[in-house]
Design a protein around this ligand. Structure first.
Ligand code: HSE
Length: 290
């Protein structure tokens, strides 16, 4: 039996659309073993995860076998789901990375992590969630004509993150579908400069400018309109002491970085008052990956 634990992720981190992401301390665990027929079981029921051949873990598992021209065996997959689904926390990436990783282990590791990332990106469409799910830490991952080029960096465990998780699902398809098809030159310069500042901030651990580093004009202004009270909670987290606030992936979760930990309760309380049914989780970075 192969067992793999995969972290949640936060992609974009504000300005790094489709290229920046980090791994977080919430985990799904997937076990895969040979079986006489395909069986998929979910430990936390009621999640709405598919338990048939369309299941994303199985589809990803199959993709790796197919890529090697090997027949796909019947397997029993048990998934322990803790990453909230369709909340912008990398639940799909965890399934994809989990399925590919397990298949690679079962076949005696024919592929490097770099090749696994290529396959994962083909399934997901962009690398910014699958890269940190596989590698841990803060990952810059870029699609080039020569495949995915990436750099992984560990993140200080002293950075406190607070995820403010709405009580509804938002599909990436929907939140990509509302984005404009072109970008003003000034806005492009705005995002390139912020993404660079953010990368330098996270690599050096100097968060002095983090509030400016997470500013974005490419997707958040459009996507925040899809979240009832999203703009209110966003502003209120800043007013109550958060050092940085951004949309996690394509939303609807709002992620905050809290440098002054004496403000944690204040930020938490103001957000729970504004959005009573939303879940609030204190997290740290995961530097291990799958
Ligand atoms: N970069 C992706 C997006 C992350 O913002 O659409 C969500 O999968």
């Amino acid at each position: 039996m192969v067992t793999v634990r995969i972290p949640a992720t936060s992609a974009n981190l504000g300005p790094g659309f489709d290229c920046l992401g980090m791994a977080l301390s919430i985990y799904n665990t997937i076990s895969v073993e040979l079986s006489d027929k395909l069986v998929i079981e979910t430990i936390q029921s009621g999640t709405g995860v598919e338990e048939n051949a369309d299941n994303l873990i199985f589809q990803s598992f199959k993709k790796l076998y197919d890529s090697l021209g090997k027949p796909v065996p019947n397997v029993k997959i048990i998934q322990d789901v803790n990453i909230p689904i369709s909340r912008g926390l990398g639940s799909s990436a965890a399934c994809i990375v989990g399925g590919l990783f397990a298949a690679n282990e079962m076949l005696g590791k024919p592929y490097s992590k770099s090749k696994l990332l290529e396959l994962a990106t083909e399934i997901e469409g962009h690398p910014d969630n699958v890269a940190p799910a596989l590698l841990g830490g803060f990952v810059v991952s870029v699609r080039t004509d020569d495949g995915i080029r990436f750099l992984q960096n560990n993140i200080s465990k002293n950075i406190t993150l607070m995820a403010i998780i709405p009580d509804f699902r938002l599909s990436t398809k929907k939140s990509r579908g509302i984005l404009p098809t072109s970008l003003d030159y000034k806005d492009a310069v705005h995002n390139v400069s912020r993404a660079s500042l953010l990368t330098a901030s996270l690599i050096t651990g100097d968060l002095t400018n983090i509030k400016y580093a997470v500013e974005d004009k490419m997707h958040q202004p459009y996507r925040l309109d899809l979240i009832n009270d999203g703009k209110k909670v966003f502003a209120s987290a800043y007013e109550n002491g958060a050092s940085a606030v951004f949309l996690s992936g394509s939303g609807p979760t709002l992620m905050t970085i809290i440098c002054d930990i004496s403000t944690i309760d204040k930020v938490k309380n103001c957000c729970s008052k504004l959005s009573t049914n939303w879940d609030i989780k204190l997290l740290e970075a995961d530097n291990t990956g799958a």
